[in-house]
Design a binder for this molecule. Structure first.
Ligand SMILES: [Zn+2]
Ligand SMILES: [Zn+2]
Length: 102
């Protein structure tokens, strides 16, 4: 199943698969990081860690990208009783885009 993104360039960057590097943060060919659970696009910062800079517009076609759901993700989980979601066993749907797409 392919995700829908604003343009072909974005689709190619987001879905780029590298045989050498498992993590997008280790691969010099990866520039865009897309988090489906946060619906968030970021520019990968290759500093050896896993940092990215959130972007609001597509660098290729200029389309305004969706607002990040990161805050909503934390708020929703907190309401469900998960105040430390990274430490806790959160419901499966919160690990992908399912939690806001239902
Ligand atoms: Zn685009
Ligand atoms: Zn690579």
């Amino acid at each position: 199943m392919t995700k829908e993104h604003c343009c072909e360039a974005m689709i190619n960057k987001v879905n780029y698969v590298c045989k050498e590097h498992k993590s997008p943060f280790e691969c010099p060919d990866r520039v865009i990081y897309y988090s489906s659970k946060f619906n968030e696009y970021g520019l990968i910062v290759h500093d050896g860690g896993s940092s990215s800079i959130e972007i609001s517009y597509c660098p290729w076609c200029g389309t305004k990208l969706p607002m990040s759901k990161r805050d909503l993700w934390f708020d929703t989980l907190e309401e469900l009783g998960f105040d430390e979601p990274f430490e806790q066993n959160i419901p499966e749907e919160f690990k992908s885009d399912k939690w806001y797409k239902k």
